[in-house]
Design a protein. Structure first.
Length: 106
């Protein structure tokens, strides 16, 4: 699967898509503004029936020096439930086609 897309095999099935902004792309913005950017970008998933499921701040550490942070990802997971796999497949295709990383204004 695409790195930002998951299918949770539960009852009901659940399609998950993770959108993110990277601090390195917006070094002068605070956490709330970065999450606002992600929500605005992820808005394309709302008309398809996805809804916000959770937020996370993920620190990306330097593999050679765990005390050094290379970047920070501000992530929001959106989800949509499906009763059957045939119902989930169009949502998976849509999720895989979406740009999941908020690009900088540069």
């Amino acid at each position: 699967m695409d790195s930002g897309v998951r299918l949770r095999l539960s009852e009901p099935l659940e399609v998950l898509v993770v959108f993110r902004a990277q601090k390195a792309d917006f070094p002068n913005e605070d956490e709330s503004r970065l999450f606002d950017r992600v929500r605005q970008h992820a808005g394309m998933s709302l008309p398809a029936g996805f809804s916000e499921k959770g937020v996370a701040v993920t620190r990306i550490e330097d593999p050679g020096d765990p005390e050094r942070t290379l970047d920070v990802f501000y992530e929001i997971t959106y989800s949509k439930r499906a009763a059957h796999l045939t119902e989930a497949l169009p949502d998976l295709r849509l999720a895989m086609s979406m740009e999941k990383r908020v690009s900088s204004d540069r």
